[in-house]
Design a protein around this ligand. Structure first.
Ligand code: 4HU
Length: 446
């Protein structure tokens, strides 16, 4: 490329790479604002966390799926005023298509289910672990990306799906040493809101928007909630009733208000009964104020919270029976959750539950002189062929350096390839924990 050349798009700008200038100035070696690098020690923790995500998914019989990080912006354009829309990391690509970095995984899952259509046999139990993005003004210094573990059950209308999903998260917490004293789940149903709105003949079309406004109940003053509801077209009487219902924390009280004929109370009663059978009753509590911030939920909603009250929601999910039809597909009942990789790490740190994860290599192999580098490569290959990890010393280094590196990588054994031993088909082995050393025939090495 000649100096000051520009990318294929002609003029330099958002759609084309910046021009290459003569003086290659020092680049910023930090990752873009709001994003993270994962150097080895952080990557070990991430892999450990994802291992448990995947192990729990396997225990529950779920299959892994994945989708592009880049999706059509249309997947996320919902009119309910969600934060996720306001923070969409979207742009126009060189083909003038409106695209976005996915802010969540559920719409991609819905898209794939519709795409696969009748070839799929229901129910589907799919999980994914994927990076999700938002473009938030860095004023709050919050992250712009995180990894989410999602589990979704497609094709089960019963509350057994939500009970199973919550059980999977409880299983995950228990594997990490987190107990019901550390975290809980606030559970409700959007059918509670639906029944109140219907009672006041509030149009169904307002349902999503009302939910998004009410989801802010802990974040903005109640007067702002009231004025937003009023501007959305909800009557003052309905607003008062809504706020009264949202303060209910007991199913019995809810039944007194709504009666026992509606689906909301029936669903919640079934969920709490199933929770007992799954053995996680102590983990869940009814809280009518839980609505979650995504417009497409239609039934049970839940969120994991830390009982210390210091952290943001750990995870959240619920039933979304009509998401597929908003994409033009047939409606298939569905339920799922998202679990981010950041808040859980803050919780583990706070509880002293972060695992000790260090690099572990079984062998370090070193030639005792440059002429034996090939022999050392042969030894390394034999060990690797037997499934043993080997750090092969690739340069002519003094033994002091080799021992230091062996300690840093936590090697169990030092294999020394020396001339006299090699001539006799042997290598030297030093067990680094005990210091014990011996010679061994190459073909007996394992
Ligand atoms: O939890 C909402 C969300 C979505 C995408 C990226 C990040 Br960070 N957070």
């Amino acid at each position: 490329l000649t100096p000051n050349a520009v990318g294929a798009g002609g003029r330099a700008g958002a759609l084309s790479p910046a021009p290459i200038t003569e003086d290659l100035q020092k680049i910023d070696v930090n990752p873009p604002k709001g994003t993270r690098d994962f150097p080895p020690e952080d990557m070990r923790l991430r892999n450990w966390l994802f291992y448990h995500f995947r192990e729990v998914s396997r225990l529950f019989g779920f299959e892994e799926v994945d989708f592009p990080v880049l999706e059509s912006e249309a997947l996320y354009i919902r009119k309910a005023g969600e934060e996720i829309r306001d923070q969409l990391y979207c742009f126009e690509d060189r083909g003038n298509r409106r695209v976005a970095l996915r802010p969540e995984l559920t719409p991609s899952l819905a898209r794939l289910v519709i795409q696969k259509g009748k070839s799929l046999s229901l129910p589907l139990k799919w999980f994914a672990v994927g990076q999700c993005w938002r473009y938030e003004r860095m004023t709050r210094g919050r992250r712009r990306e995180h990894y989410q573990w999602n589990m979704d059950i497609i094709g089960v209308p019963e509350v057994t799906a939500e009970a199973e999903l919550i059980s999977s998260i409880v299983t995950f917490f228990k594997r990490l040493g987190i107990t019901a004293s550390d975290v809980g789940f606030k559970v409700s149903s959007r059918k509670v809101l639906q029944e109140v709105l219907r009672h006041y003949s509030i149009p169904e079309a307002l349902f999503g928007k009302v939910c998004i406004i009410i989801d802010k109940i802990e974040k903005i003053p109640v007067d702002d909630i009231k004025s937003e509801l009023k501007s959305a077209g909800v009557s003052e009487e309905a607003i008062e009733q809504l706020l009264q219902v949202l303060s209910i924390k007991s199913l019995t009280k809810l039944e007194e208000i709504l009666g026992d004929a509606g689906e909301a109370v029936a669903d919640l009663k079934q969920l709490f009964s199933l929770a007992e059978k799954f053995g996680y009753s102590e983990w869940i509590q009814f809280d009518a104020s839980i609505v979650r911030g995504l417009a497409y939920y239609t039934g049970i909603v839940f969120e994991g919270f830390d009982r210390g009250g210091k952290l943001r929601a750990i995870c959240g999910g619920g039933r979304y029976d009509r998401l597929l039809s908003t994409f033009g597909g047939d409606d298939i009942p569905a339920s799922g959750f998202g679990f981010g990789d950041a808040v859980i790490v803050e919780l583990l740190k706070e509880k002293g539950l972060l695992p000790e994860l260090s690099l572990q290599v079984e062998n370090i192999v070193c030639a005792l002189d440059p002429g034996l580098q090939g022999a050392a490569a042969t030894v390394a290959t034999i060990l690797r062929g037997k499934g043993q990890s080997v750090d092969l010393v690739l340069e002519n280094k003094p033994l002091k350096w080799v021992f230091k590196r062996a300690a840093r990588i936590n090697a169990n054994r030092l294999i020394l390839v020396g001339d006299s031993e090699w001539q006799r088909g042997m290598v030297g082995v030093k067990i680094l924990s005990s210091g014990e050393q011996h010679e061994i025939k190459l073909d007996e090495l394992e």
